[in-house]
Design a protein around this ligand. Structure first.
Ligand code: F6P
Length: 320
């Protein structure tokens, strides 16, 4: 029977990570397993920054955004010598297995550690929703609601001034935040990496909304890393009667108290991760598929194709 596990958060933080940490700690303690919090992700693991957690160490955190144990990115974790140092630190602290909470980079580290004899279970913690082994990632719903609130406000002022608001949202290379926010807000245009970007087509659509549809305002939701939102807004001003304005929402999307959905998701996943480790499973990641909490090997998860969002984009087009 396993005696002590670790828990860490890695990569960009996301609302609900704390709820997951709480679930891991309390679920493990309820099973008679000790838990060490590993601070600042794999970096803290390598540096041996670990502390034993008690039930009350996770009191009052279910409602808090961010992660109380810190997060970091450590590209050097790809190097064997760095991982060997991490394994040595885990062993000297009596940590036999670890729950890692993060995105695909975090999962790769978990797979490599499992191959070195430390069973790891991955939980999808990222606002990007770019982990296809789960319908939803922890933090996506909260970030989506933050984006929606911002766009609803922008709509008010855009409408008063015959403006076109270009709203850039996060997502890394995944368009889900933009797509779901655009659908939720009735945005006139949604631009995602999956659908591609042709500037002339976008400008033509804006002109149509202006000249033919006589819209008082237009909202364009665009994923980050596609084009410069300010430059696009300026071009919109030159080709239409809208005055274009860009808003880059940035890191505000990563903060805030998690929604009920994210709290429940994180709680269910955290508990399931501990159950897997208690049963001797390693190298798996937890996901929610059709509302069921499940797991699959991390290497299978990383090989999954991106989700096809064509139907949702088509739905959006039909309603505009
Ligand atoms: O993965 C989460 C995320 O917020 C992405 O949406 C974004 O591209 C990236 O992290 C930003 O990273 P950083 O906080 O390191 O600037």
């Amino acid at each position: 029977m396993i005696k002590r596990i670790g828990v860490l958060t890695s990569g960009g933080d996301s609302p609900g990570m704390n709820a997951a940490i709480r679930a891991v700690v309390r679920s493990a303690l309820a099973r008679g397993i000790e838990v060490m919090a590993i601070e600042d992700g794999y970096k803290g693991m390598v540096e041996g920054k670990m502390r034993l957690m008690e039930r009350r160490d996770v009191s009052d955190i279910i409602l808090r955004g961010g992660t109380i144990i810190g997060s970091a990115r450590l590209p050097e974790f790809k190097e064997l010598a760095v991982r060997e140092q991490a394994v040595a630190m885990l062993k000297s602290n009596g940590v036999e297995a670890v729950v890692v909470i993060g995105g695909d980079g975090t999962y790769r580290g978990a797979m490599a550690l499992t191959a070195m004899g430390i069973n790891c279970i991955g939980l999808p913690g990222t606002i990007d929703n770019d982990v296809p082994s789960s319908d939803y990632t922890i933090g996506f719903d909260t970030a989506l609601n933050t984006v929606i609130e911002a766009i609803d406000k922008l709509r008010d002022t855009s409408s008063s001034h015959h403006r076109c608001s270009v709203v850039e949202v996060m997502g890394n290379h995944c368009g889900d935040l933009a797509l779901f926010a655009g659908l939720s807000c009735g945005a006139e245009l949604i631009i995602t990496p999956e659908q591609g970007y042709v500037e002339s087509e976008v400008l033509e659509k804006i002109r149509h909304l202006d000249e033919v549809r006589k819209k008082r305002h237009a909202i364009v939701v665009i994923s980050e890393k596609i084009t410069d939102a300010n430059a696009l807004a300026q071009k919109i001003s030159t080709v239409s009667s809208f005055s274009g304005r860009a808003t880059v929402l940035g890191h505000i999307q990563r903060g805030g108290s998690p929604t009920a959905f994210d709290r429940v998701l994180a709680t269910r996943m955290g508990d399931y991760a501990v159950e897997l480790l208690a049963n001797g499973v390693g190298g798996h990641c937890v996901g929610m598929i059709d509302n069921e909490i499940t797991s699959m090997p991390i290497d299978d998860a990383l090989a999954l194709p991106r989700r096809d969002r064509t139907a949702l984009h088509a739905l959006h087009e039909r309603l505009i």
